[in-house]
Design a protein around this ligand. Structure first.
Ligand SMILES: Cc1ncc(COP(=O)(O)O)c(C=O)c1O
Length: 354
């Protein structure tokens, strides 16, 4: 299990995972801004790896390690690779907030410092070059650069690091016909490049880890919306639903395109070019622009939006107090409520100032 910086509040996520029965020693804790509480929780629970993301956390972490130490850590490296579906989810190049640069030497500097601290045990290097990557090549280049760095670490410090974690980012199709990463090809090419690079550098092959997120859970979810209003404005048909940017901010954040479809009834009407919008007080609250829906779409209809299992509810907000939707598991013709709908009572219970 990977506890990533995109999870809401690392410390709570970790605590929740462990109290739900996940073994802490198999968890990897990430975060570009770990709070003292994150670190205290990780050490108390005995988290497997803490991934160092900035120079300032090295001494802080070392000072927090108690008698149970040393703590196993990795260093997150920026290998200088631009990959990913949108600039806001590209994390392998310079000029973004994650990791330590290979190019300017901050990664090498952090590695040297960690190796000099008895409270920390450097098990290996980490990189996560971005998300929604649909080509294998950027990963192969990342492995090549990471192996190059491992060889330099061995030359400078006499240490052959036993682990390499190349992150996640495996791209999936949100709409029919979109490209997706071929994970079988990825597995083969990564292992081949690792074996080749290590043989050439005279390094033992490290244990290779990956951190798939979206590719595992994204396609498992479908978002359901009720149509509340249909408005024709010139050539456009606005189909307004009972959710929007509070349950899915991704279209507004980085222009993600979805393919909603009508469910629950059959329509023989010809298609219309619709823009599916939410109910929030923003003109940018658009869930899917210029999509084909039956021309007789009307209030009361249900729309299904596939590929809703990742970065959707985890990014949901309390905007306009619409409330976050419930989560229902469906299988073998049966449905089971997993998470209940957020209610006015939930909002009220947090409002303690009156
Ligand atoms: C460090 C790290 N690993 C893995 C992931 C998972 O990425 P994805 O869901 O794109 O596979 C993320 C997501 O942001 C991440 O930050």
């Amino acid at each position: 299990m990977i506890i990533t910086d995109q999870d809401p509040l690392s410390q709570q996520t970790l605590e929740l995972a462990v109290t739900a029965g996940f073994p802490a020693d198999r968890a990897v804790l990430h975060g570009n801004a770990k709070s003292p509480r994150d670190i205290e929780t990780a050490l108390r629970l005995g988290v497997g790896r803490i991934v160092i993301d900035s120079p300032s956390e090295i001494a802080r972490l070392a000072a927090s390690v108690g008698v149970g130490g040393p703590q196993k850590v990795m260093v997150r490296v920026v290998p200088g690779i631009v990959a990913g579906g949108h600039e806001k989810i590209r994390t392998g190049g310079e000029g973004q907030k994650f990791g330590l640069s290979l190019t300017d030497g901050s990664a090498q500097h952090a590695i040297a410092r960690v190796l000099g601290l008895p409270q920390l045990e450097l098990t290996g290097l980490h990189c996560h070059i971005g998300s929604q990557i649909t080509e294998v090549k950027p990963y192969v280049v990342a492995v090549r650069r990471m192996v190059g760095l491992m060889a330099r670490v061995r030359d400078a410090h006499g240490v052959a690091l036993p682990e390499l974690d190349v992150g996640g980012g495996h791209g999936i199709a949100y709409r029919p016909g979109e490209p997706a990463l071929d994970v079988t090809a990825l597995a083969g090419r990564l292992r081949a490049e690792l074996a080749r690079g290590c043989a050439a550098a005279g390094l033992p092959v490290p244990r290779l880890a990956i951190e798939p997120g979206r590719a595992v859970v994204g396609p498992a979810g479908v978002a359901l919306y009720r149509v509340l209003a249909v408005k024709r404005a010139g050539e456009r048909v606005f189909v307004a639903v009972d959710g929007g940017m509070s349950d899915n901010p991704r279209p507004a954040l980085y222009g993600v395109r979805y393919a909603p479809r009508l469910i629950g009834r059959r329509s023989t009407a010809g298609p219309c070019a619709a823009t599916v919008v939410g109910r929030h007080c923003e003109a940018g609250d658009v869930l899917a622009a210029d999509v084909a829906l039956p021309g007789d779409v009307h209030p009361g209809d249900l729309l299904a939006v596939p590929v809703a299992g990742a970065y959707q509810l985890s990014m949901a907000s309390g905007y306009n107090m619409v409330g976050r939707p419930p989560v229902v598991a469906v299988g073998d013709g049966r449905a089971r409520l997993l998470v209940r709908r957020e209610t006015l009572a939930d909002f009220r219970s947090r409002d303690v100032g009156h």
